[in-house]
Design a binder for this molecule. Structure first.
Ligand SMILES: *[C@@H]1O[C@H](CO)[C@@H](O)[C@H](O)[C@H]1NC(C)=O
Ligand SMILES: *[C@@H]1O[C@H](CO)[C@@H](O)[C@H](O)[C@H]1NC(C)=O
Length: 160
């Protein structure tokens, strides 16, 4: 790749990071929306996800980075039923979404294509159906504009 293209992508990436600083208060709301799309939580694993809590300190399965943004959601084997919420696509620093061994049904929201920081998406052992969203199949030969995002994603995303 040309250096100029690389620098441009890097610039876009950093710009996105700065812009995200304004969103910090919205992250709890996003997580509560994710919870809202879960219809059955037989072991009450999301009981700690409350409007009064601090997502980084109190929400089970949620890990934040030093700057206080959610980086990881890991809830395994909890028998959660419901749909994968499109809302988590608005978590600007999400690296890992690992929901192995639940009962999520329906499809993988297309909105997840916009999580440029995502490195690992483990949705194994759920009851998902439908087609793989196109973003998981798209190659780097896409038109410029989305090329940078795809670059970051393709270099690091592991779909498991
Ligand atoms: C999740 O819940 C919201 C609000 O009730 C709803 O609009 C949305 O369609 C649900 N499903 C997904 C996949 O986001
Ligand atoms: C998803 O996570 C589970 C639990 O850590 C792990 O056992 C499984 O191997 C992962 N899936 C894949 C395909 O790596």
């Amino acid at each position: 790749m040309e250096v100029s293209k690389l620098l441009f992508c890097l610039f876009l990436h950093l710009w996105n990071v700065e812009e995200a600083a304004a969103d910090i208060v919205g992250e709890k709301e996003i997580l509560l929306q994710f919870k809202g799309n879960i219809t059955v939580d037989p072991h009450d694993v999301l009981a700690s996800w409350s409007a009064a809590g601090d997502p980084c300190r109190d929400f089970a399965g949620v890990t934040c980075g030093d700057a206080g943004f959610v980086e990881k959601i890991l809830i395994h084997g909890a028998e959660l039923e419901g749909q994968l919420s499109a809302s988590v696509a608005s978590l600007r620093f999400l690296h890992i979404l690992s929901l192995f061994g639940n009962r999520f049904s329906g499809g993988i929201p297309e909105e997840y294509a916009s999580i440029v920081t995502l490195r690992k998406l483990n949705l194994s052992r759920n009851e998902l159906s439908g087609d793989l969203p196109s973003f998981l199949e798209t190659s780097l030969s896409s038109p410029s504009g989305s090329g940078c995002e795809l670059l970051f994603r393709r270099n690091s995303l592991q779909l498991v």
